[in-house]
Design a binder for this molecule. Structure first.
Ligand SMILES: Cc1ncc(COP(=O)(O)O)c(C=O)c1O
Length: 369
């Protein structure tokens, strides 16, 4: 849809683009400066699991933000969270292995699992459950072939987060299935609207330490998607295998990007809260418009920068096509295992966002914008 929106624009049409899955902010100035300085120095190959300074900065950030301790051998750096996730799956999956993916899900998960020759097991999570997997639905999906359970909170595209209690319930199920690993994708952990600290399953279930790979990166929190830096922390043996895969595909993520990521992690952190406040304003402005529609039911997301309204009638692909014709690009929920929904990104300026939401409401409700 983003590509089609760009084509329409190139043809001279005015299109509000609510498809984007990346922050519209600039990277922190101190990260850019660190990269500029580093780029002037000779930078050769660096370790496949990341420069030591970045592994340390990632560990310190987890200690600071989530009170979690890891050793240096438990950190693997890759070209974004995406590559770390792929490497982990590739390093561990074989034919017939199953990976549990709660839906709605980030569109890449099922394809990555299939690329590894394994089977994605999609577990639908209803709007009524806040788009969260429950202990019962998790238990029902587990088999002796389950190798991984993928958790993502705040979720893309739902924005759902898990409370301490809900993670405790999931951990109880996971304890009964010791051969399954848990991948906790926490790339949106810094973009949250609720009170209190972010809670990771790694904090709630320290006894599962040897089975949890926690994934994070600089893409969303620090608006550094194009710099391609992410990391995974987990058991040293898994990290060793992730690093073995990394070594034989792209060697390492760019050293200059890693140096910028160190600066982002270790520099002033105030911008995280400031940006969250901006996202919250946008979320509320968009919700105020969308909730006027008779044809949409929109939950308030706890985190990330997406809204996932449910269509009262009709299919999401047809709706997204009509909306594009009307001047607003959205993504059909089917791409995320959420048919009958649309994903709208609010990582865009508030005026465009409001205009886009008004087009959506007017088009779906059949009234002039
Ligand atoms: C849930 C989720 N995980 C991971 C990623 C990828 O992050 P990175 O840019 O660090 O590869 C994204 C990007 O859209 C995402 O939405």
């Amino acid at each position: 849809m983003a590509r089609r929106a760009a084509e329409y624009r190139a043809a001279g049409r005015r299109i509000i683009d609510l498809t984007l899955g990346e922050p519209d902010f600039a990277p922190p100035a101190h990260a850019v400066l660190a990269a500029q300085e580093a780029a002037a120095r000779p930078l050769g190959y660096a370790p496949a699991n990341g420069i030591p300074e970045l592994r340390q900065a990632a560990r310190h950030a987890l200690e600071r933000d989530r009170a979690l301790s890891y050793t240096d051998a438990e950190v693997a750096v890759g070209c974004g969270a995406k590559q770390v996730i792929f490497n982990a799956l590739f390093a561990t999956l074989g034919p017939g292995d199953e990976v549990i993916i709660p839906a709605p899900y980030w569109a890449s998960y099922p394809d990555m699992v299939r690329l590894c020759g394994a089977v994605p097991v999609i577990v639908p999570c209803s709007a009524e459950s806040g788009f969260r997997i429950t202990p019962d639905t998790l238990e029902a999906a587990m088999t002796e072939r389950t190798r991984w359970v993928l958790l993502n909170a705040p979720g893309n595209p739902s924005g759902a987060t898990y409370s301490h209690d809900s993670l405790t319930g999931l951990a109880e199920v996971l304890r009964r299935h010791p051969s399954a690993m848990i991948l906790s994708d926490e790339i949106y952990a810094h973009i949250r609207y609720g009170e209190g600290e972010y809670i990771s399953i790694a904090q709630v279930a320290p006894d599962l330490h040897e089975r949890i790979l926690l994934v994070d990166g600089v893409s969303k929190a620090y608006a550094m998607t194009g710099w391609r830096v992410g990391w995974g922390v987990g058991p040293a043996e898994l990290v060793r295998r992730i690093t073995a895969v990394q070594t034989q595909n792209c060697t390492q993520t760019a050293t200059v990007s890693q140096i910028a990521a160190v600066a982002a992690l270790e520099g002033p952190q105030e911008l995280l809260a400031q940006r969250c406040a901006t996202y919250r304003q946008r979320r509320d402005a968009a919700l105020a418009i969308l909730q006027q529609s008779r044809h949409l039911d929109t939950l308030e997301p706890d985190g990330a920068f997406y809204l996932l309204p449910r269509l009262a009638k009709g299919d999401d692909l047809t709706a997204a096509n009509s909306l594009l014709e009307a001047g607003c690009a959205t993504v059909p929920g089917s791409a995320f295992g959420a048919p009958g929904h649309l994903r709208l990104s609010f990582a865009t300026d508030i005026a465009s966002l409001e205009e886009g939401c008004r087009i959506i409401v007017a088009t779906l409700d059949g009234i002039p914008a």
